[in-house]
Design a protein around this ligand. Sequence first.
Ligand code: ADP
Ligand code: MG
Length: 304
Amino acid sequence: MGIIDEALKKADDEGQNNNLNKLAKINTEQGVGNKIASPQELSKVRPKQKIAKKSETIKLDWDFISSQGYLTANTERLQMVEEYRTIKRPLLSNAFGTRSKGIERANLILVTSSVPGEGKTFSAINLALSIAQERDKEVLLIDADVAKPSVANALGIENTPGLIEYLESDNMDFSEVIRNTDLDGFRVVPAGDWHSYSTELLASNKMAELASELSQRYSDRIVIFDSPPLLAATQGEVLASLVGQVVLVVEAESTLQATVKETVSKLDNCDVVLALLNKTNRSFNFGSYGYGYGYGYGYGQYGH
Ligand SMILES: Nc1ncnc2c1ncn2[C@@H]1O[C@H](COP(=O)(O)OP(=O)(O)O)[C@@H](O)[C@H]1O
Ligand SMILES: [Mg+2]
């Protein structure tokens, strides 16, 4: 039994009517639907500036990216390709399908976890690549884990200017921090230079305005945020309140049930929460990585 299942069972046994129970009840793909979105205060923030699309295109080193276990066009990790297909399907369906009705900001997806190292960056990049590799799908991947930026490194691109520089600037256009890549439809915003107050910028009005802007102007494409861990600082929670869908990465076999419960309780106000079990040791592994990959679903669909 997986960690989420165990946590759910325990919560059920104890009769706790918390968020985990809600996850349990909607722990199937079929459970998606009949979504009643909660009104989000911040969605009323008015967009201010235009986000341009065009800038220079960066040629990514796909061999390097593939060598770290990411899904490139030529990947041989077919099992993982298939898993990400399964993971992204409900997310895309919520964002663009008929189900999108009623879910606010369904095109904004936050990839988070309880603690560092569970696989947020790994999952966010793979999810973004998997979606971008589909015809006609556009993805913007934003590194919002500004205290531990990793997206730029993983993709072999410059980390600055990035989200931080944009958030602290008065006159920068968001397009100035977007990197276009040679994978059609795959764009990246790195975290930028860390400094002592950079994490606070994630909770700023400007960040809320940006999310609002992205949900409106980018409503035809997916925006994936690589988030800080939820138990390490409050910024992850703030970010979760700005997006329509949350992917909670749980490191299988290592994250404690109590930890998962505490984390899930922080996502109480999120409309859609999908739990992704990472690094499962079940039936498969990927070459030199030595551990496999798995997933689980949990959809919170409830009004508030
Ligand atoms: N499913 C997986 N298969 C192989 N390697 C993984 C997997 N998930 C994470 N990793 C590796 O584990 C390490 C920690 O993951 P990372 O995504 O950086 O965690 P986080 O962003 O949550 O701190 C990284 O080296 C990453 O490449
Ligand atoms: Mg990370």
